[in-house]
Design a protein around this ligand. Structure first.
Ligand SMILES: [Zn+2]
Length: 298
């Protein structure tokens, strides 16, 4: 079962979480770019984190995760729309990346900066943004966000990797798991009272999850949570589905170009054509510069 977020709840110890598993969706997102493998893996993890958080938050419009930092990967942008469509891209300085040598860490690639978590619900709606420092890797930044915004103990694991099919074809897969301590309402828990030791045990169990288990097409997310938490009374709920759908279109890009002043259009044109490449999906759109100039929609 791919391209989903599966919510679960552990009844006996006041904890809940999500398992995210992305197959064809992450493969589509990453295949549309030509990033070095470590950069694809980094973006893949960022997309998993986006899907995970989007499946927890209630929102209309878009949920966006964006990094800005001083490393060779100076920016990652991922978003999820309320309908479950996901997309993402990375801004990469290839020379600076090459200078990192073999197997760079996330910290090497990102450097330091910050990461913004934004719920953008459209022009007239409330916009919410949380910003945390990015000093180490995506995971520590995400945990800092959870600690600050939700103020409940949270543990997360993220992974993204290419898998090789028997025929030699490569396919990206990505996955993640998170567990959160359920806030006790008013401190009156009528059932068995869970203790800090229980919570530590839940985290420890989660930490035993191997990247393989998060990605394995033969092991469903449901089987994974039962494998981890069966003895503690785990229940699963309806999944949220994800898809790839960039949402860019010729009309949208033309509208954007039409809002530019004429001299900008002229400076962008080459042999009479203005070429725009969508950063998210690498789709190339070409326009006749003369027509853009003569026929502004606005
Ligand atoms: Zn696009």
């Amino acid at each position: 079962m791919d391209n989903i977020s599966l919510p679960y709840k552990i009844e006996n110890v006041s904890a809940h979480g999500r398992v995210v598993r992305l197959g064809s969706v992450i493969n589509e997102i990453l295949s549309r770019h030509d990033y070095p493998e470590p950069v694809s893996a980094l973006l893949g993890e960022a997309v998993v984190l986006t899907a995970m958080m989007a499946s927890i938050l209630k929102f209309e419009g878009r949920f966006v995760i964006q990094t800005q930092s001083d490393g060779p990967v100076s920016m990652l942008v991922c978003d999820a729309r309320a309908d479950g469509s996901l997309r993402g891209y990375a801004k990469l300085d290839e020379e600076a990346f090459a200078a990192l040598g073999e197997s760079p860490t996330q910290q090497d690639m990102l450097g330091t900066g910050h990461i913004a978590f934004t719920v953008d619900q459209g022009a007239d709606m409330e916009r919410y943004q949380g910003i945390v420092p990015l000093e180490d890797n995506l995971l520590t930044a995400a945990l800092a966000y959870f600690a600050g915004s939700e103020q409940v103990q949270t543990h997360v694991k993220l992974t993204a990797m290419p898998l090789f099919r028997p025929g030699g074809d490569m396919e990206w897969r990505a996955g993640g798991i998170m567990i959160q301590q359920t806030a006790l309402q008013g401190g009156s828990d009528t059932g068995r009272t869970s203790t800090q030791d229980d919570w530590v045990r839940m985290q420890t169990l989660m930490e035993t999850t191997e990247p393989d288990e998060l990605l394995d097409p033969e092991l469903s997310p449901e089987q994974l949570v039962y494998r981890l938490y069966n003895e503690d009374g785990v229940r699963v709920f309806d999944v949220k589905d994800f898809s790839f759908n960039c949402g860019c279109s010729r009309t949208r890009i033309q509208n954007m170009l039409n809002s530019f002043p004429e001299e900008d259009i002229l400076s962008m044109q080459e042999d009479g054509l203005v070429t725009v490449t969508c950063e998210f999906c690498s789709e190339v759109y070409q326009f006749d510069a003369q027509l853009l100039k003569d026929d502004p929609i606005t």
